[in-house]
Ligand binder design. Sequence first.
Ligand SMILES: [Zn+2]
Length: 428
Amino acid sequence: MPSNRAKIYVLVLVSLAIFVIALLPEPQVRTTPSFVLNNITLYDGATWHENAKLTIFEGKVINSEQAPKNLPTVDGKGQYVIPGLIDAHTHSWGQALEQNLTFGVTSVLDMFTDINFMRANQHSRQQTTLQARLFTAGTLVTSKEGHGTQFGIRIPTIENAIDADEFIAKRLQEGSDYIKIVYDAEPEKQQFGMRFTSISQDVLKAVVKATHIRNKLAVVHVMDEISALHAIESGADGLVHSFGNSIMSTELLSLLAQREVFVIPTNSVLASIGQQQRGRKLLQYSPLAYKVSSHGKSGLMSSFPPNVGNEEYWKNALENTRLMHRNGITVLAGTDAPNAGTTHGISLHDELAILVEAGMTPTDAIHSATGAVSDMFKLPHVGKLLPGFHADMIMLNEDPRIDIKHTQTIVKILLSGIEINEAELNDK
Ligand SMILES: [Zn+2]
């Protein structure tokens, strides 16, 4: 039996805790709705269904047989419903998550952000707030003066394989969902007008191993063939860029296929390196262009200096995506926004258009930004409209199977079944 004094201590502590919780700013959490959406053409993240219905209970998709009777019904006649899109390569800060949501990108896989941003926003994926769900690598793994150290965020770096275990344990303690590693096999060569150091292949191997021991994914930033080969040999689960400085060899393609390594080519940024000005064009033709903020516009209008890449770079990059897809390698859609020539949200729609230019069917392209990302990154609640998944979806006016640009004919965006009201988003 606790003494009376102990009881008083407990009481004081509990009251203090309640007081502190009451003082915390209230996140904008909504009550999640329950309803049945009827008469829709549905892509569930893997398959299309005609004249389908989707049963949503408290913000999640459920099996219609298990639904309570008399749920309100919504007629979705003439609408094409696809899962909310996932951008598999972004860098988030500021209003990135809000901006993504405006364009139907309901989840992002961030590939390096400030850990303070990570901590402040990871809750978004559990709750229904007015922002895209954030999954993130947190701090990336790089060497002293390596790529990733130039952005003004002070980050820890790694030089020796022996430190890998402790380094990775720290990242996961901080909250990294997966580990992103920067690797360059030939750091003595300049890339994109810049020269960085790189971790060695030994460090790369040790980092991948330390990540796998802890059952997390290790994905690698590479920008050329030889670095890609080393990354795969070192056990990488995925590559977070493709490249345009050469055509992928059959050796690389077969190794990617054999080891089932997925690739996020980030064509949007490779096109920008290759001087394609796609961001500028997007502003001219996209029915979503009116939503782009002035900050977003300047991102789309900006470009890499002409000496870093050219038409040939872009042609190779597009060909590499075509080759990967044709060889059965899983290609995921990611933009690398907000790099020059891109911005959060709208650029992912353009990435899908590029994937179709590279020979994917529109359905393959949508899969690469929904079900395939869910499968590869083992995200059990996003990317599909199947029982157990969040009811994150976009409703389109026109059939995206006919033209991938129809993903831009968004009528409604739902997050956990809640319709996103843009006026409210813009007020934030
Ligand atoms: Zn990136």
